[in-house]
Design a protein around this ligand. Structure first.
Ligand code: UGA
Length: 430
């Protein structure tokens, strides 16, 4: 099979490399010439553990190619994966202009009938609309079929998730498309769920919205725990032992971020609104998350004056093992600290380059310990291994006042007490 993957962002790259590793002949297509040139030389534009090594292996083996030439990418393609971005419009709706323009280019270059598989997250009904749009533009005799195949990869563990995901969802009403995709994915031995296109599109939004709900729920419980003297870590553990609840995504913290949950929850509220359904629950989830990103600084403001104080901001990416700072809680926290007049020294193992473009006013250090030197407070925002492994005694040795506002509940209250650190965390006693 000739497989083309359109879009070399996070999803497209992982998908292209994963399929090439499986032995398929894959062409990754992107309109960004510079990016394609770098990828051909084995350089990837994002930090994703294991991706670059696997990509180089596939390039050397010849199963993976990169191009920005649409005729090369689409001419002989039987199977085309759409993995272009669907970012957020200011009103929260999904911007489909990239995916529409990719479909128009495909229609202009196809010389054989093909199956188009949508990996990009798109509102319910989009695949049908794209199919109708392409039908008007295709040369006579050439036909396309569409299938929805939403992506559940997590940043930071994308390669693992490609080969060991919990499920592969395929939405199609076309028997031939179903068989093709079944054959393509069978070697992965991941359970496949076949359904209609619209349900498949909705599964993606519903899954992300549900995970976001779990996080906002536990964050609300955390805030109540704090006031009632309960401990959210114990509460989450006790809840999670119930198989119906499950222990994952019950980690209280500074709120969710990233390129997916904030965008997809907003889009689902809009999708519901379009059919006159007020998705009150999801609106509350979003509101809780927005407030949760402020909690750590509010805690600090209750116990210290931030004006003129040196503070260390440890961890900037929206979660560990990625350099992605999109919608990262660290941005909200950093802006509030700056607004309060604090001198913010920031450190992250991978995300400082990206953060410098968004917040040039922070002072960036080359190590966590440098940020902690003589500081009056430390804010732990992202639980990178490198950050959570800093022994508490180093805080005592390095800081002017060993005071930690821990947004990820890294340390136990007991160890903090024993180390002599003034310690504030989420959903636990101060
Ligand atoms: C998420 C989903 O988990 C993937 O299945 C999905 O494919 C992806 O979005 C997407 O739509 O493309 P991702 O955004 O990479 O993946 O990251 P997650 O690991 O889900 O974490 C999202 C956010 O939730 C992070 O800010 C994380 O810190 C936060 N989180 C997660 C918590 O605050 N508590 C938890 O218990 C779990």
């Amino acid at each position: 099979m000739h497989v083309t993957v359109v879009g070399t962002g996070y999803v497209g790259l992982v998908t292209g490399v994963g399929l090439a590793k499986m032995g398929h002949n894959v062409i990754c297509m992107d309109i960004d010439h510079k990016k394609i040139t770098a990828l051909r030389q084995g350089q990837i534009p994002i930090y994703e553990p294991g991706l670059q090594e696997l990509m180089i292996e596939c390039l050397e083996r010849g199963t993976l190619q990169f191009t920005s030439d649409p005729s090369y990418a689409y001419q002989y393609a039987n199977l085309i994966f759409l993995a272009v971005g669907t970012p957020q419009h200011p009103d929260g709706t999904a911007n489909l202009s990239y995916i529409e323009s990719a479909c128009d280019t495909i229609a202009a270059h196809l010389t054989e009938s093909a199956l188009i598989v949508t990996k990009s997250t798109v509102p319910v009904g989009t695949n049908e609309r794209l199919r109708a749009r392409m039908a008007k533009r295709l040369p006579t005799g050439i036909e396309v079929e569409f299938a929805s195949n939403p992506e559940f990869l997590r940043e930071g563990s994308g390669i693992h998730d490609f080969f060991h995901g919990d499920r592969i969802v395929i939405g199609t009403e076309n028997e031939k498309a179903r068989l093709w995709l079944q054959e393509l994915y069978e070697p992965l031995e991941i359970p496949m769920f076949f359904t209609d296109v619209r349900s498949s599109e909705m599964i993606k939004y519903a899954s992300n919205a549900f995970l976001a709900t779990k996080i906002s729920f536990i964050n609300e419980i955390a805030n109540i725990c704090q006031k009632t003297g309960a401990d959210v870590e114990a509460v989450a553990r006790g809840m999670g032992m119930d198989m119906r609840i499950g222990s994952q995504f019950l980690k209280a913290g500074v709120g969710y971020g990233g390129s997916c949950f904030p965008k997809d929850t907003n889009a689902l509220v809009q999708i519901a609104g379009d059919v006159k359904h007020d998705f009150r629950l999801l609106k509350a989830v979003i509101e809780v998350n927005n407030q949760q990103q402020e909690v750590l600084v509010e805690m600090a403001e209750n116990v210290m004056m931030l004006t003129g104080k040196k503070v260390a901001l440890l961890g900037l990416s929206f979660k560990p093992n990625t350099d992605d700072i999109r919608e990262a809680p660290s941005i909200v926290i950093a802006k509030r600290l700056l607004a309060a007049g604090a001198i913010v020294r920031a450190y992250d193992p991978q995300a400082m380059g990206n953060m410098k473009r968004v917040l040039p006013d922070l002072l960036y250090t080359s190590a966590a310990e440098e940020a902690l030197q003589d500081a009056d407070a430390a804010f732990l925002v992202t639980e990178w291994k490198e950050i959570i492994h800093i022994p508490l005694k180093r805080y005592v040795e390095l800081m002017k006042t060993p005071r930690i506002f821990d947004g990820r509940n890294v340390y136990s209250l007991q160890e903090a007490l024993e180390a002599g650190v003034e310690y504030y965390s989420i959903g636990r006693k101060a």
